[in-house]
Design a protein around this ligand. Sequence first.
Ligand SMILES: Cc1ncc(C[n+]2csc(CCOP(=O)(O)OP(=O)(O)O)c2C)c(N)n1
Length: 339
Amino acid sequence: MANPANQNQELNGKLSTIAVETYRWMVLARTFEDRISNIYRAGKIVGGVYVGKGQEAFSAALSTQLRKGQDVYSPLIRDMAGRAAFGEPLIDAARTYLGSARGPTIGRDGNVHRGNSHEGMPTMISHLGAMISVVNGMLFARRLRKKLNNVVGAASIGDGATSTGAFHEALNMAAVEKLPLIISIANNQFAYSTPTDRQFACDELVDKATGYGVNGININGTDLIECLEGFGKAIAQARSGKGPQIVVGNLLRLSGHGEHDDAPYISNRLRSSNLGQDCLVKAKNRIIEESWCSEKQCDDIQEQATIEVNAAIAQAESEKGPNPYSHDWNAYSSPSFRK
Ligand SMILES: Cc1ncc(C[n+]2csc(CCOP(=O)(O)OP(=O)(O)O)c2C)c(N)n1
């Protein structure tokens, strides 16, 4: 029989590796989005900028545990960290924001509607639950072609999306079909300026899972380790045929809805509550405290992220936008459009 002390050591080793890896993606996302927000404020970005500040742990803890090239991951506007952890090249994001014709949307679409469905990351249609049925469809296609092979599909949404018909229909269908679907709900307390007490009447948002007959996991979305463990459990259950899983991360968005919104509707009380804690600061403190990373290694992670972000932004800034007189428009994101 395996020695429990050795087992604990092994588990701790796995957790430390994945926690540090996820922290890297969080730092990269925060560094990139801070830069993009500054460029937006300088008036150099066309369209809106929506960031995931305060949601990086919840976002990256999911996709870092998915199998790249096999699983499906549908990110939304606050999932820069999750996108990076799932393998989206940083240059794709930089090119999209800066309108480069070499970007995945050829410099022609909104900044968040980018993806690569060939790699299992569909391009976003809408923020309000529309992507759940797309993920259902991708899972169904794999089931029909007998290529499901323990594949799982994850759709990311916010608390506001749980009030829509799109959410209800897609989750109900996934539950009935026992699809290996994970719905990751970032309960950041507001849908734009609408607070959660105007959004749902159950005590906890995760209570909705019971009504659909699916498993629900409620976690502190500001805590990287809780996020890793919660998603780890949900992914394992979905993979083993236990049907859809809902994971609710309770947190606060540490930004406006978009960078045009200074969010005066978020009270100081809420900002200084536990929900308002910065997941990035907490994660750094935790990995240092556990001796999974030294202070110096954390500085190196930050330095490396800054180098990567600077390089991607400089590259995208040097590239031309689309020429409206000669460009063929095709909405389907494909590497062949990036020549
Ligand atoms: C069908 C539809 N209705 C309204 C909108 C406008 N809209 C975009 S995001 C948003 C709020 C979303 O809130 P939530 O789901 O909680 O996600 P969060 O922005 O908090 O991450 C709204 C109303 C939309 N994109 N689509």
